[in-house]
Design a protein around this ligand. Sequence first.
Ligand SMILES: [Cu+2]
Length: 174
Amino acid sequence: MSFNFYPGARAAVLSGLFLATTIASQAHEFKAGDIEIDHPWSRATPEGARVAAGYMVLKNNGTEPDRLVSITGEIGSRAELHEMTVNEQGVMTMRPLADGLEIPAGGEVALEPGSYHIMFLDLESGLKEGETFTGTLTFETAGEVEIEYHIDAMGGGSAHDDHGSHGDHGSHGG
Ligand SMILES: [Cu+2]
């Protein structure tokens, strides 16, 4: 399966509305070996923000577990893998996953608001809705792959399917 998407070229010739429709209908996924990376996305940030999060679903179609071990993003000089937890007092805390994130054989792991996520640090500028940025994921077995994140609206709902701009991706609810 190949992935053909040239946002710059499309933006030059299409109206904004048609562009949004075109993006929504793209099968926005990437592959590295047995690992499938489904719909990487981030959120628009206020101007001057220094951090942004990255979300996606990682599926392992293989018969051995694999592990996401390192991440880069072109928007900032550092990126970490975080887990968000809520303690008994209802306080949310984030902690880096020192050993990476395991994707079980034949299983999937969702990076989503309130749970596992990528944290991009030392942003060079804010993220704007409708734009995209690239980054890499490196898996222990599957190796490195370049992916592209779509930037959704600021505060665009904690459940990704709740808003319309990527409504075609019906499988995110699990
Ligand atoms: Cu975080």
